[in-house]
Design a protein around this ligand. Structure first.
Ligand code: ST9
Length: 624
């Protein structure tokens, strides 16, 4: 039986009952995919990720080591290789691509729903076929020659692709990178871009090689000679593993090779590589991407997509962790009901009947659905940005909203999923600690999500300084206004009056928390008070959690209102199906639980931020 437990019902609820996607799918920029086609795509994808080689290779991906040859070629396990071939054969790599690249032309919401399924079915496998996505990037930023020579084959011939930023001494601080790019010649008639030779060592490079791929195209940040310091001095280069001739023939090796494979805690079937460029006497040829020196901005097109992928992967993992725990709790018989605990002859009961197990299950359910709501809402803002493409100002407003949500998706989902997967395991008792169940692997595979693509601290600073301070709070104010609208809706007596009131208080608390940090950040503008900024930094990750929880509570309450309407309309002459009745009842319960369980922490964090005296930063290192 597959390890993967999907929740397509909740995905479709978000898409069609909350966002009303049927109204805008099948027309305008999304003419290629209507609502019925979207349902069909997702249901096929669900089957693929749950029942085929994709989920079957989940364990093998973890327990059969990758092999690195002296030439720097990587061999991945047979089952994983099979899964990737099946993935390409089914054409799933085309799903997120635009039509002009042979893709489905699916809107972002559908792409992220698909990403959830792929990552939930086999997180490791989902990190491999990113070449097609990178081909899309080459299509966006490349010269015509680069698009034809590298971008298209990445899609059509299933080549691998990588994002190459990190170096041994340049992780979070990408601008500290020292990989050098020496100018060789201007672009020729083939329009492949100016040619450089690259020299340096890169680290933690995902999916840098596999026998599955005929070729791999690396997108590398390096510093051209004479360029300035920091991220702004970096340029982006297209570096093929093997040279490609004008007729598309793949030829000899370029001077880039995998020189080490990391041994990791999780996602073991995903190659995390050290990449040596120009280190073995063979020059490493790189083509300047798009013939412009805008490396960090170009790379952020990839990073933004990847951050959304990582948050989605984390949510997907918690969702399947929870559903596995739920299945177990329904069949595992242990102990008597708490009301009969003193009676040694009382019948034993399934553990789902124990209060503490219910608490653990509901905590996971509410958060898994809440995170899905957040991911799907971020995807929906991307849909709106596409729909507004003819109105520049409106388009940019939607982009700003999507940008604001991104650190919440990446930062909150990764942290909370990892934390709550521990709760999934706890439901299994000691059995969860064994490899008889998938949870221990889920936990190991999920930890990376708080680390790569920018740690949680980076997401928190991005949220505070780039996404809030930089636009003077305009986008955040828009989100707060949306939330306030729901808080004020309805009457004081209606079903969700208490929840709405609590959401209003939490929003006030989150705003107060932000206010405390901004006061310190503003004070630090004075040269004599630079260290005031520490007091903001001490509370930025807490604020990310609080804002995410307020947004999620708002989304879940919207879900609950829709679900309650469906339940209220349930009548003998037009009855709900039993599974729908249970689903909607569960949605209402999730929202109520989240409001009661998560929102009180928002006030506590605000109080901590208001109380900040900065003394932690004065503590000598030796006192820790
Ligand atoms: C890694 C690999 O971890 C893990 C693999 C995961 C799976 C792979 C999946 C890949 C799929 C990809 C598919 C892509 C397909 C896409 C198709 C769709 C079309 N937003 O603040 P400044 C830019 S890899 C946007 O001064 P510092 C911006 O240009 C390793 N742009 O920063 C800005 O200029 P300006 C991942 C942003 O102090 C410029 O940077 N590593 C954003 O110089 C400078 O900004 C990391 O993630 C943003 N949020 O540098 C690094 N932020 O201001 C983490 C910056 O003029 N570290 N820019 O607009 C950071 O993010 C640091 O904050 C830093 C700081 C490096 C940006």
């Amino acid at each position: 039986m597959s390890h993967y437990r999907t929740n397509l019902r909740d995905i479709e609820f978000n898409l069609f009952e909350v966002f009303g996607a049927d109204d805008y799918l099948g027309s305008g920029p999304f003419a290629a995919v209507d609502g019925d086609q979207a349902r069909m795509i997702l249901s096929e994808m669900e089957r693929f990720t749950r029942e085929s080689s994709w989920a079957e290779s989940f364990v093998e991906s973890d327990r059969t080591p990758l092999e690195l040859s002296p030439e720097g070629d990587i061999t991945i396990p047979e089952g994983l290789d099979r899964a990737l071939k099946d993935f390409y054969e089914a054409g799933w790599h085309l799903m997120p691509l635009p039509e002009h690249l042979g893709g489905y032309g699916a809107p972002p919401t559908i792409r992220w729903a698909g990403t959830e399924l792929l990552a939930g079915g086999n997180a490791t496998a989902s990190l491999w076929p990113i070449g097609a996505l990178m081909g899309n990037i080459v299509d966006k930023i490349g010269t015509e020659g680069q698009k034809t020579r590298f971008g298209l084959p990445m899609i059509e011939r299933h080549w691998g692709g990588t994002m190459v930023l990190t170096e041994p001494d340049a992780g979070s601080d990408v601008g500290a990178g020292t990989t050098r790019a020496t100018f060789v010649e201007e672009a020729g008639d083939d329009d492949l871009g100016a040619v450089y030779h690259l020299e340096g060592i890169k680290r933690f490079i995902t999916s840098a090689d596999a026998q599955t791929h005929e070729n791999t195209i690396h997108l590398v940040l390096a510093r051209p000679e004479g360029a300035g310091p920091g991220t702004k001095g970096l340029s982006l280069f297209i570096v093929p593993k093997r040279h490609v001739a004008a007729d598309g023939t793949v030829g000899g090796r370029n001077g880039v090779r995998v020189s080490n494979l990391e041994k990791k805690m999780g996602i073991k079937g995903s190659a995390t590589c050290e990449l040596s460029l120009g280190q073995d006497g063979e020059p490493c040829v790189g083509y300047l991407a798009g013939n412009v020196h805008e490396g960090i901005a170009q790379m952020f097109l990839v990073i933004e997509y990847a951050r959304m992928m990582v948050g989605t992967k984390a949510m997907a993992t918690l969702s399947t962790g929870y559903l596995n725990a739920l299945d177990y709790a329904k069949i595992r018989v242990q102990g008597a009901d708490l009301t009969q605990a003193a009676d040694k002859t009382a019948p034993k009961t399934e553990i789902i009947n124990h209060p503490d197990v219910r608490r653990m299950l509901m905590e996971q359910k509410a958060h898994a659905e809440g995170m899905r709501a957040l991911v799907m809402y971020a995807g929906w803002t991307q849909d709106q940005a596409v729909l507004a493409e003819d109105d520049q100002e409106e388009h940019e407003r939607w982009i700003a909203r999507e940008d604001l949500l991104l650190p919440l998706v990446k930062g909150y989902c990764s942290e909370k999923a990892y934390e709550l997967l521990g709760t999934s395991l706890q439901v299994f008792g000691g059995s969860g600690y064994t490899q008889d169940y998938p949870i221990e692997q889920y936990i190991r595979d999920a930890k990376i999500d708080t680390l790569y693509e920018g740690t949680t601290a980076i997401q928190a600073l991005d949220l505070l300084f780039r996404k809030i301070v930089r636009d003077q709070g305009a986008t955040l104010t828009w989100v707060a206004d949306q939330i306030r609208e729901l808080v004020k809706a309805g009457s004081e007596q209606d079903t969700f009056a208490t929840e709405r009131a609590r959401l209003g208080l939490a929003l006030d608390d989150a705003q107060a928390h932000l206010g405390s940090m901004l006061t310190h950040a503003m004070a630090s503008m004075d040269e004599t008070k630079r260290t005031e900024v520490y007091k903001a930094g001490l509370h930025s990750t807490d604020f990310l959690h609080s804002l995410a929880e307020v947004v999620i509570a708002w989304l879940l309450l919207r879900h609950a209102e829709i679900a309650q309407d469906r339940l209220d309309a349930d009548a003998p002459n037009d009855p709900l199906r039993e599974e729908d009745r249970e689903f909607y009842t569960g949605k209402v319960a999730s929202a109520r639980w989240f409001v009661r369980s998560a929102l009180p922490k928002v006030g506590m964090r605000a109080a901590k931020a208001a109380d900040e005296d900065g003394s932690l930063m004065d503590l000598p290192a030796g006192a820790f």
